[in-house]
Write a protein that binds this ligand. Structure first.
Ligand code: URA
Length: 186
């Protein structure tokens, strides 16, 4: 079993590798790399889509409007950022916040896989359709949000992206209901 200190050290080394990455063309347009943040022994691991403008400026995940929604949803189930790990599929911002390109996802996925393997969370919560598509295709988020499923060693909980609740206020209570399932896994 890997101890918390070892995990922390490996995660810090991985972070340095991610920050130096030049595997895709987003390295030319990014201001900062956004590797992710949180606890090396987190039981729940959140995966978003890609950094936006505020994240690109700060190097931190979910610090814009969607991040505020995420913080409120976490607080609603008694969690803080220091207890969880939060990252996105892409670690660099796509210009104008366009959707991630398949080659960008392919270049970045090994970092996500390495983060998951180091942290070994009890639950992976995907935020939005892009993160869901890593684990399952052929279904929409509308069909399976809030319904956990297994993928190899992990339990995946598909959730709407917090940004969706900004554009569509009716999704906010849906997200809160789905978040309410998280403590069952901790
Ligand atoms: N949206 C994401 O998917 N990730 C971030 O880090 C910020 C907004």
């Amino acid at each position: 079993m890997t101890g918390p200190d070892t995990r922390h050290t490996h995660l810090a080394a991985l972070r340095q590798r991610i920050e130096a990455c030049t595997e895709c063309s987003l390295c030319h347009t990014r201001a900062r790399v956004v590797p992710g943040a949180g606890n090396a022994t987190a039981r729940v691991f959140f995966i978003g889509e890609a950094p936006g403008r505020k994240e690109d400026e700060s190097g931190l995940p979910f610090v814009g409007a969607a991040g505020r929604v995420l913080d409120e949803l976490l607080a609603g189930v008694g969690l803080t950022r220091s207890e969880v790990f939060i990252t996105s599929i892409l670690k660099c911002r796509p210009p104008d916040n366009r959707d991630p390109l398949p080659e960008e996802v392919a270049a970045c996925l090994p970092y996500l896989a390495a983060q998951v393997e180091l942290i070994r969370p009890r639950l992976i919560a995907t935020l939005g359709r892009h993160a869901l598509a890593i684990f399952r295709t052929g279904v929409t988020i509308g069909e399976i949000h809030g319904q956990p499923f297994r993928d190899n060693d992990y339990t995946i909980l598909p959730l709407y992206h917090p940004a969706a609740a900004i554009y569509n206020r009716r999704l906010r209570p849906v997200l809160a209901d789905d978040f309410a399932k998280i403590p069952d896994f901790l």
